[in-house]
Design a binder for this molecule. Sequence first.
Ligand code: F1P
Length: 337
Amino acid sequence: MYTYNEIMNQAEKLEKTKEIVQAQTFNDAEVDITLFTGCGTSFYLAIAAARYYQSATGEIAVAVPASELFLHKDTHILANKKYNLIGISRSGTTSEIIMALEHLKGDTNIQSMAVTCNGNTPMANAADEVIALDHISEKSVVMTQSFSNMLYALQLYAAKKSNRSDLMNQLEEIPALVKVALENGEPLKQVTEDKNKTRFIFLGSGAYNGLAKEATLKLKEMTQTECESYSNLEFRHGPISIVDNETVIILFTQKETQNFDQALIKDIQKLGGFVVVIGVASEQLEADVIIKLSDNLDDLNRLVEVVPYFQLLAYQRAIFKGFDPDKPRNLTQVVNL
Ligand code: F1P
C-alpha cells in the first residue's frame, strides 16, 4: 500500500522540491563537462537529467553508471578537463556511488554535488554541494516519488545554472500537471488487465530514453516481466523481430519524433503489436491507446508529467497479476557490495 501512496502523493512533494531548489544557490565555477551518475533508477534518472542539462545550458553533459567511474575511470574521465560530478542516490548509501565519489575525491579538476533524499549520509558528506530532498522518505523498495522529485530538482538546477527564466516558468507548472496525470484514472486498463499481453517494450528518445529505461525497471521490479527499452527509431534495427500479438509497445512521442513515429506504429501493428502512445503530439497519431498530454510545455520541460503513467502501469499490472508491489522479489532498498 505504501508504494501506491508514494506514487499518488508525489505532486505535493514536487511543490516542496520546487521551493527547496529555487531557494538554493549553487557553485558557479566553470567546468568543461557535467557528469551525472547513479545506480539503477538513479542512473536512468542521470540519463534524462544529463540530456536535459545539455539542452538547457548548451554545455556538455553525460551520464555514466557509478560503478564505471571506479572500474574504468580512464574511459570516462579526461585528465585535462574540469568536471562537475553529480551523484544521484535516494539513500545516499549505495556502495558504488560512495566508491565512485571516494575514488575521484582529491582530483582538483573534479567538483561534486550530491542529489539525494537523505542529506545526512556518507554520499552527502563526501560531496562539495548537496541538494537534499529530506521531505521524500520512501518506505517502498521501488523508487517512485524519489525518481520524479530528484529529476525535477535537476531540471530546476539546470534552469537556474543557465539563468533561463523561460525554462523556470514552464517547470513551475509541473506539480499541477503531475496532479492531473495522477487523477487520470486507469487509461491503460486495456493493457494492465489483459493476461494475453506478456511482453512490454518502451520507446523513448533524447531525454525520454532515460524515462523509457526507468519504465522497464518499474515493470520488472513490480511484476518480474521481461521488458526492454530503445530509442524510438532504433527499434526497427533488429528488435522489431520479436513483436507478436502478445507484445505491447509504449511509445513516448515528441514534436521532433512524431513525423517518424506514425510509420513505426504502423509497422508494429502490422506484426500484431499493441501500441500505446504518450505525448502531446499523440493527437496527430493513430495508435491503439493515446494518452494526450497538455500542450503548454515543451517536451523537455514536461518530462516529469509522463512519470505517473508508467509508474501506475507497473503498479496496476502488479495488482492484476497478484503481486504485492510493496514486496518486490529479490530486491532490497539499498544495494551494498
Ligand atoms: C538505487 C537502487 C534502486 C533499485 C533498488 C536498489 O538506490 O539501485 O534503483 O530500485 O531499490 O537501489 P539509490 O542509490 O538511489 O539509493
